[in-house]
Design a protein around this ligand. Structure first.
Ligand code: ACO
Length: 339
């Protein structure tokens, strides 16, 4: 197994020093959805693998979920908010359009004055943010960066659209990425890759609410401030984007599918994950999933899964993990690390 020459050359490496997650206690089950739209528990389970999702209470916001996940990650890393040099929050459901959710989180954590900003890359947002943090660390600029994926998607779901409302849930996951000397630790990020293809902006979008289509009564009545999705098109592109991003990340790291212990793939739809596994010949046992209990939490999906699988002992230090995601844009990203 070879580290790519690109990664091996640098003096500093980035390792995950702590992981945490948070799911609100309120849940929305398939039976609840049966009472809201023309659907059934059987249809949803068979087509998506989802049985329930978590819902943020109306008194809380995305930064409240992010705060709990961040506190858990900091505690695992045995660090305090004062140790952080930067905060990156991946979200498509910010507390407000302005300022960034990262600034709200910074205030809630009580950090000193450090860089804090949001990344908008839909379900790929967490890996985009990890990859940005990785580059900052390797440049030697920062020691500890908090990367959070946090979403309150149930606030952006059209509960009159049975095709999309069954998918999405709320939650947050966080990691602390820390600088190590190349010689210090075998735990490191081995390759990272983030791309987007703007040719597909219309197949998954929230069209109203910004400069292109400012909010009007008519647009609110037409529910254009909520998620609009061409499900079949997204499905097809998702499989292709995930396959390509996994292959590219493996290639950059000089690894093959066999070298990877665990594949953490964005929890969008169980059938998408199964199709990617088939195309890349990944044994399905190497792909943990929590979609049944959590649904699609967009940028929070991978860090929540990672945190749960560390907690239950599945993921162990020293193992090689490939994380891959796709999302609206269309965006896709992958990160390979030795945990
Ligand atoms: N309950 C019952 N029937 C339904 C439902 C439902 N909830 N939704 C759709 N149907 C019907 C359709 O109306 C259609 O009926 P028809 O044949 O009479 O026209 C039939 O089921 C089949 O519809 P399809 O859209 O072809 O169903 P499909 O198998 O593609 O499943 C789904 C739909 C689950 C949305 C799937 O396309 C999918 O998962 N796509 C990817 C979505 C996704 O991953 N989105 C998140 C992207 S990540 C991000 O960035 C946020």
């Amino acid at each position: 197994m070879n580290l790519s020459s690109e990664i091996a050359r640098t003096a500093f490496q980035a390792r995950i020093s702590g992981v945490g997650s948070y799911l609100p206690t309120i849940t929305l089950t398939n039976s609840d959805l049966e009472r809201m739209v023309d659907t059934s528990n059987e249809w949803i389970l068979e087509r998506t693998g989802i049985q329930k999702r978590h819902v943020c209470p109306s008194s809380e916001t995305t930064s409240d979920l992010a705060l709990r996940a961040a506190q858990a990650a900091l505690s695992k890393a045995q660090l305090s908010p004062q140790d952080l040099d930067a905060i990156i929050v991946a979200t498509v459901t910010p507390d407000q359009p302005l300022p960034s959710t990262a600034c709200f989180l910074q205030a809630k954590l009580g950090c000193r004055q450090i860089m804090a900003f949001d990344v908008v890359a839909a379900c790929s947002g967490f890996l985009y943010s990890m990859n940005i943090a990785h580059d900052f660390i390797r440049a030697g600029t920062y020691r500890h960066i908090l990367v959070v994926g946090a979403e309150t998607l149930t606030r952006m779901v059209n509960y009159q659209d049975r095709q999309s409302c069954i998918l999405f849930g709320d939650g947050a996951g966080a990691v602390v990425i820390s600088k190590t000397q190349s010689s210090e630790s075998s735990s490191c990020i081995m390759s990272s890759q983030s791309v987007s293809s703007g040719a597909f902006t219309d197949i998954l979008q929230v069209s109203a609410g910004a400069s292109r289509f400012p909010v009007t009564i008519e647009r609110l009545e037409a529910r254009q401030n909520l998620i609009e999705m061409q499900g079949r098109e997204v499905f097809k592109s998702a499989v292709q984007f995930l396959r390509d991003t996994c292959l590219e990340a493996l290639n950059k790291a000089g690894l093959t599918v066999e070298d990877v212990d665990w594949f953490l793939i964005h929890q969008a739809n169980l059938r998408i994950i199964e199709a990617v596994a088939k195309q890349l010949k990944i044994p399905i046992e190497k792909i943990p999933s929590n979609i049944r209990e959590v649904g699609n939490t967009s940028s929070a999906s991978i860090p929540i899964l990672m945190s749960e699988k560390i907690e239950d002992g599945t993921l162990q230090r020293g193992q090689v993990i490939l994380m891959a995601a796709f999302g609206a844009g269309l965006t896709s990203a992958a990160t390979i690390l030795r945990y």
